[in-house]
Design a protein. Structure first.
Length: 288
């Protein structure tokens, strides 16, 4: 009975403040689309950052670097964030109900609302499981990932962040403005669709003869199939044994924008920000 009451209270508060949340969402979406089109910077990279910020604010996954970087990035303001998420934080506090997308980790199976939470937990665990087995950590398509500034801050591994030149410039500026030490991180510029990223990595003194862990989160669905295959082949054939790569993927139906409403919305949003989904893996049997 108590859970039912808490759920009713939570939903009532969310509905009451829904107009403010919608204004905050539209305001932020428009800003990110305009910034992406003007600068070529990834807008989709903000999504996992928002989730991790919420987890940090909730207290279930502490990541102060995430909060500081978020507030230093273009298009972000405290007012906008409060408009977008304030109702949810208020509803959770007053009702005592913690929805799945504010938990870390969350109960399986994953849903569209808890997908990024599960993804975050998966990569966190994969990274921690390999830290005592490797000498180097490479974050491919790093975007606004901040693991290098908390989980890897004290570890004796070399850390490389790989992304496009535009994203790297914006991120380094945000890190500097946020007062975050980056001395232990090597920033590598590369475009997976246009150049051999491993060659770029080697130019920054990455050693393929030393075991490495490659963290490839939230990237491959924006790449051409050949770029995905080339990356996996490079890790498996050119990096020493004992190395590992962790990545996530979307089903082909989501990439094609067919079937579920959430699939159609996801595909349309990616197109709107100039980052169309390209690579998906079939997850349903088509029969003999």
């Amino acid at each position: 009975m108590r859970k039912i009451i808490a759920t009713v209270v939570f939903i009532a508060i969310e509905l009451l403040l829904l107009p403010i949340s919608l204004i905050g969402y539209v305001w932020l979406a428009v800003k990110l689309i305009l910034i992406s089109r003007r600068t070529g910077m990834s807008a989709t990279a903000y999504s996992p950052l928002f989730t991790r910020w919420m987890l940090h604010e909730t207290g279930v996954r502490k990541d102060l670097a995430c909060k500081r970087v978020l507030m230093s990035l273009p298009g972000i303001s405290a007012l906008n964030l409060h408009m977008l998420t304030g109702s949810t934080f208020l509803a959770a506090r007053l009702s005592g109900l913690q929805p799945g997308f504010m938990n870390y980790p969350v109960t399986l199976p994953s849903t569209i609302m808890t997908m990024v939470n599960h993804r975050t937990a998966f990569f966190d665990k994969a990274l921690l499981d390999h830290l005592d087995k490797v000498k180097q950590v490479v974050i491919l398509g790093a975007g606004w990932d901040t693991r290098a500034y908390n989980m890897l801050k004290e570890d004796r591994v070399r850390v490389f962040e790989v992304d496009t030149a535009k994203t790297q410039r914006v991120k380094q500026t945000a890190l500097q403005q946020a007062g975050i030490d980056t001395a232990h991180v090597t920033f590598v510029t590369a475009d997976f669709n246009r150049e051999p990223w491993l060659d770029s990595l080697k130019r920054y003194n990455f050693d393929p003869k030393q075991p490495a862990f490659f963290l490839w989160e939230g990237v491959i669905y924006y790449l051409e199939a050949e770029a995905v295959k080339a990356t996996i082949n490079a890790v498996s054939s050119q990096i020493t044994s004992g190395s590992a790569i962790a990545f996530d993927y979307f089903c082909r139906e989501l990439v094609a924008g067919v079937g579920r409403l959430t699939f159609r919305y996801g595909a349309k949003w990616s197109q709107a920000v100039g980052e169309p989904l390209q690579f998906g893996i079939p997850t349903e049997s088509t029969g003999p």
